[in-house]
Design a protein around this ligand. Structure first.
Ligand SMILES: *Cc1c(COP(=O)(O)O)cnc(C)c1O
Length: 387
């Protein structure tokens, strides 16, 4: 069966050029970058090339990139690292209700440890109001953590405005940039972030590798003790092959940013207009907010999200309902409830997330297949005919 992958916010296929660059690192260039001999120094040079590529993608300095095991670790290192290094100054942290679980659950854990968290709500479009951030700042506030782009609905937060507020207040500012990196242009200097999380596998790199941008001068308490790798910020022998792959993926993302993402946006818009034309009673979440070019989150009234995902899967189409982390559980998506949807509405949502390897044919197939699936599911709904 022909299979179409439209779940790129969960993960992406590794680009063949990334694989090609990684392979020799397993077999020939296998040195430990901490070793002083040729093998070690060669591995270190490969790793530092990758560091430069990742830094360039976000306009940071090479020395400001700390390689970690992925977005989840980057978020943990940023938040726990600041919380622990700054606790003598204060224990108050500001974040939002639509963060990824890696931020949400980390903040909840800190809450249990005695930190105080202000959870900012968002507008119906899924946006944090920078004025809310300003108002929440107190003398004991040590960290603001607001994601750049949301993984479920794709909204892009006003990070630059929040960055200015954080700078004036002299409070550390972290942003989870896992979804924005490589999809929209990111300039950490302009955004005024001190910490910025990234993950390779969301941009055609391998799983299990990511990076935290740590602005020069930031004081983080390391979360792993050991040999003092990554300039004492993250101990553990680096995942050199993964890092090399991440470097190539970052370079490709930077070079293709404009053209590839324009094409992806056209596909996304074609999908949305096709679905709106062929299915009645659907709504696109955050349709008019600043959004990632690849993400479409739609709500199909009188049809259940899980049923839609399963029916689409039987037709070879992979999408998700809510975030990958919350699928399989009956909890409605915390992001959709935060933008004011009822649990029923949240359960009827579908997330399409595209990448540059998708085609017009992929999108047209969904537009052809989904209306029939929706019709069939709605026939089973006791409420639909009365509408
Ligand atoms: C995927 C994702 C993460 C987690 O990254 P991993 O590398 O899978 O640990 C964190 N934040 C956001 C917004 C994500 O989309």
């Amino acid at each position: 069966m022909q299979r179409i992958y439209l779940d790129s916010n969960a993960t992406t296929p590794v680009h063949p050029e990334v694989v090609t660059a990684m392979l020799p690192v397993f077999t020939e260039d296998y040195g430990n970058p901490s070793s002083i001999h040729w093998f070690g120094q060669h591995a270190k040079a490969l790793m530092d090339d990758a560091r430069t590529q990742v830094a360039r993608l976000i306009n940071g300095e090479t020395s400001e990139i700390v390689f970690v095991s992925g977005g989840t670790e980057a978020d943990n290192l940023a938040i726990r690292g600041i919380a622990e290094s700054q606790k003598s100054k204060g224990r108050h942290i500001i974040t939002s209700t639509i963060e990824h679980h890696a931020v949400l659950h980390t903040c909840r854990d800190l809450e249990k440890q005695g930190y105080e968290i202000t959870w900012l709500g968002v507008s119906a479009d899924g946006l944090v109001d920078p004025e809310d951030v300003r108002r929440a700042i107190r003398p004991d506030t040590i960290l603001i953590s607001i994601m750049h782009a949301n993984n479920e609905i794709g909204t892009i937060q006003p990070i630059e405005e929040i960055g200015k507020i954080a700078e004036v207040a002299d409070v550390y500012f972290h942003s989870d940039g896992v979804q924005s990196t490589g999809k929209i242009s990111v300039d950490v200097k302009k955004l005024k972030v001190d910490l910025f999380s990234m993950s390779a596998h969301k941009i055609h790199g391998p799983k299990g590798v990511g990076a935290l941008f740590v602005k020069k001068g930031s004081v983080l308490k390391p979360q792993l003790t050991g040999g003092g790798h990554e300039r004492n910020r993250r101990s553990g022998t680096e995942n050199v092959a993964g890092i090399v792959g991440f470097g190539v993926a970052a370079k490709m993302a930077r070079e293709g940013m404009g053209s590839e993402m324009d094409r992806v946006k056209e596909l996304r818009d074609r999908l949305e207009s096709g679905l709106k034309k062929n299915i009645d009673l659907i709504r696109i979440n955050a349709e008019n907010a600043p959004r990632l070019p690849n993400t479409s989150n739609i709500m199909v009234d009188y049809a259940e999200g899980e049923g839609l995902v399963i029916s689409l899967d039987l037709k070879g189409i992979a999408v998700s309902t809510g975030s990958a982390c919350s699928s399989g559980s009956l909890e409605p998506s915390h992001v959709l409830t935060a933008i004011g949807k009822t649990p029923d509405e949240a359960h009827g949502s579908l997330r399409f997330s595209l990448n540059s390897m998708n085609s017009v044919q992929d999108v047209d197939y969904v537009v052809e297949v989904l209306p029939r699936i929706v019709d069939r599911l709605r026939e089973l709904s006791p409420y639909y005919k009365r509408a």
